[in-house]
Design a protein around this ligand. Sequence first.
Ligand code: NAI
Ligand code: MG
Length: 323
Amino acid sequence: MYKITTIPGDGIGNEVMKPTVEILETLDAQFDFIEKKAGKACYDECGTNLPDDTIESARNSDSILFGAVTSIPQQKSAIVTLRRMLDLYVNQRPIKSYTNSNIDFTIIRENSEGLYSHMETLDGDVATATRKITHNGCERIINYAFDYAKKVDRNKVTAVHKANVLPTTDGIFKDTFYNIAADYKNIESNDFYIDATAMYLIMQPEDFDVIVTTNLFGDILSDEAAGLVGTLGLLPSANIGKNNGLFEPVHGSAPDIAGQNKANPIAMILSAALMLEFLDLKEDAKNIQNAVEQTIVESKIKTPDMGGSNTTQQMADAILHKL
Ligand code: NAI
Ligand code: MG
């Protein structure tokens, strides 16, 4: 029995979590789902966007499934706090298009430091944000990226940074990258500046296998990658630490379509598949990924973000049917 904390959050988070849990319940593996609150509706109700018992349950679970939360001005982000409290230092985002075989790479984003350290000050006219980069932080994310490339038979790891204008912080990142790359003789390594990468992703996405980068650059590149794939509604992600994993779609709470039964549940369903891989339920993970791929390629069911007019539930049902 796997203990799974589900945190639907708010907005479309609730709408995509429900069919995802329904799909997981059809598998042979046994899950004990414990639903916990976070996000804006939770804040309005209990005065905090991340209650202690949500954190406690997340800590004591085999994995966490997270929907999405709307940010609240002046409140620390619930998801960023959760990643930090559980020390989920890896944010892994597989970017795969089912209609363009040139687009198939993985972004490994450092998840615990960089500009997401919640360190901002205002002194008179001067506002300052601290970008914290540590040697240890670089080492563990870059090691993870090379180990991952080796495990899934990827040939190349690309470091993305801005060491020309950030020679100290990104200097550490780049130097650590090439030190570690020397230990992986069979994997090609190279590096680009973040701005050039933004262009290369559009012009030559087939050149990328595994990208490893710092927190904010990884965040931006993954939404750009969503543009390549066509919609945020297809992209899953894994947040991984030493003890725990939290799995969530790349997208947010999408207030523009919330409550309309229009949200694409695929990003959430594929996030659940990443969770199954993490729990070593590899066959179940593969079956769900195949069912999603077949639904995208073979069926006429498409949610509005994919250019169709089907509902969240119709898409989930089509995937369940293939499964
Ligand atoms: P968003 O990802 O919620 O939406 C961006 C665009 O993509 C919107 O047009 C939306 O309709 C569309 N979209 C996103 N997911 C979709 C899906 N599953 N199916 C169909 N269309 C989809 O980003 P946005 O609008 O910048 O942020 C909305 C709120 O979400 C903000 O409060 C933001 O802070 C929060 N957010 C939360 C995240 C999280 O919980 N991990 C991540 C990103 C944003
Ligand atoms: Mg983002």
